[in-house]
Design a protein around this ligand. Structure first.
Ligand code: URA
Length: 263
């Protein structure tokens, strides 16, 4: 985890310590409620070093040590899950307030084309526990797969299949609607010429507790139903719900509590 640049502006320190938003922190300062080393500080340009300065709000010392940021992003397709791509491709860093919350990093990863719930935090210890296989944090994905998926065809995924990197644990699979694909003129021609080409697609939900690379895509490909689109709807107790694509929001206190409880 990277450390924020120190010293930092006092209103940023206050916001990161959880005193208020950045704007609200400025109001606290101008109201004379903030002291630095015992001196009331209303000057908005003031910088502090959290290692050596004592910052108080209404006489109570504030600290950054256990103040972490936790947020969820609804990742759109076309972004890499990394905070730094040497090749300059779009990354999730562009979608989160990384400058305001130095040290934010993604917990796990979603493929370039996968959308949905991506968790970010500055709390390395909790992230480590969430990613540790021992804690078996469940992740629920909604997949649009090629072809008309039947219960029988999906059964191996419920029992576990062997991929090139070993057997998968049993997955929870729920099959939804089978729908006709909207075919392009070229696909219509292909349908006539190629009997392996399916005019159907199926929505299915897949819940797994592992986190191997491209695991859900490989699982469905293994049973002959390649994934056409993949979205993560839930991570442990967290639900993406109606967060718009590309948007992020902080976790609520109860979500954070539930997340901690889950590991
Ligand atoms: N499984 C996949 O195949 N891709 C993801 O992005 C996440 C899980």
């Amino acid at each position: 985890m990277t450390q924020p640049p120190y010293p930092l502006r006092l209103q940023k320190f206050l916001a990161r310590a959880g005193a208020a938003s950045r704007r609200g922190s400025e109001d606290l300062m101008t109201a004379g409620r903030v002291t630095v080393n015992g001196v009331v500080t209303t000057e908005l340009g003031t910088k502090v070093d959290p290692a050596t300065d004592t910052v108080c709000l209404d006489g109570i010392p504030l600290s950054l040590t256990d103040t972490h940021t936790y947020l969820m992003l609804n990742k759109p397709a076309g972004y890499l899950t990394t905070m730094d791509d040497p090749q300059g491709r779009p990354t999730v860093k562009e979608l989160i307030p990384h400058a305001e919350h130095p040290g934010l990093f993604p917990v796990g990863r979603l493929d370039y084309d996968t959308t949905g719930l991506l968790l970010f935090m500055t709390d390395g210890e909790l992230a480590h526990r969430l990613l540790h296989p021992r804690h078996k944090v469940a992740k629920r994905y909604r997949a649009l797969v090629d072809g008309a998926l039947t219960e029988e065809a999906a059964q191996p995924l419920r029992e576990g299949v062997t991929l090139h990197d070993g057997p998968t644990q049993p997955a929870l699979i729920r099959i939804g609607e089978v729908a006709a694909k909207r075919l392009t003129p070229r696909e219509k021609l292909r349908l006539e010429a190629d009997e392996t080409f399916s005019p159907w697609q199926t929505t299915a939900w897949c819940t797994i507790s592992e986190g191997r690379k491209r695991q859900v895509r490989r699982m469905f490909a293994h049973i002959g139903h390649p994934v056409l689109a993949l979205k993560r709807e839930a991570f442990g107790p967290l639900e993406l719900a109606d967060l718009p694509s590309g948007a992020h929001r902080p976790l609520t206190e109860s979500e954070l509590e539930a997340l901690r409880q889950s590991v």
